[in-house]
Design a protein around this ligand. Structure first.
Ligand SMILES: O=c1ccn([C@H]2C[C@H](O)[C@@H](COP(=O)(O)OP(=O)(O)OP(=O)(O)O)O2)c(=O)[nH]1
Ligand SMILES: [Mg+2]
Length: 158
């Protein structure tokens, strides 16, 4: 995997430096610095104890962890959260408990999200009267079909 050096400051010396659990992983795990209980359907902003300086031309994206999402319904409200290259504050994560019945109980040090660092480019928006044609054209939501689930769902709702 290609790598890029990212300067990091631990605002909370008790947390580990974000790490990739396996060599090919795209995301480095982030931990919560606080104990928090998130009631069903509610959200909580937690600190990760780290701040970074991404090089110009890069951004960080805060993604949920799939295992916690599947097991207890934990996700990130604004997934993926965007960490701008110029941001020097603590990386925070706006967590949400999507489970409708059980609270999510988190302890300081739990890995609650993952940071994906990617190259990004700025678009130079050039306004034109007519856009070049394409096969998709203006066909948007559902235009390619394959939504048999809609018919089955409306039948089930009966
Ligand atoms: O999950 C996130 C998302 C963002 N941020 C920080 C870094 C980012 O650079 C800054 C602003 O984020 P964003 O641009 O998404 O939020 P905004 O509501 O547009 O705020 P602003 O007006 O400051 O740009 O907040 C986080 O710590 N965690
Ligand atoms: Mg913004």
């Amino acid at each position: 995997m290609a790598s890029v050096e990212v300067l990091l400051s631990r605002l909370d010396p008790g947390v580990p430096v974000p790490a990739y659990a396996r060599p090919g992983d795209a995301g480095a795990d982030l931990v919560t610095t606080s104990d928090v209980v998130i009631p069903p359907g509610e959200r909580a902003v937690v600190g990760t104890g780290v701040a970074i300086a991404l090089p110009d031309g890069y951004a960080g994206f805060v993604h949920p962890r799939s295992g916690l999402a599947a097991r207890v319904g934990l996700s990130v409200v604004n997934t993926p959260g965007t960490i701008d290259a110029g941001y020097r504050g603590e990386i925070k994560v706006c967590l949400v408990n999507h489970d409708l019945r059980e609270p999510v109980v988190l302890s300081r040090g739990d890995r609650i999200a993952q940071l994906v660092v990617q190259r990004v480019e700025h678009a130079v928006f050039r306004e034109v009267g007519d856009l070049p044609s394409s096969e998709r054209g203006a066909g948007g939501y559902g235009s390619t079909g394959g939504h048999d689930v809609l018919a089955r769902t409306s039948q089930a709702e009966g």
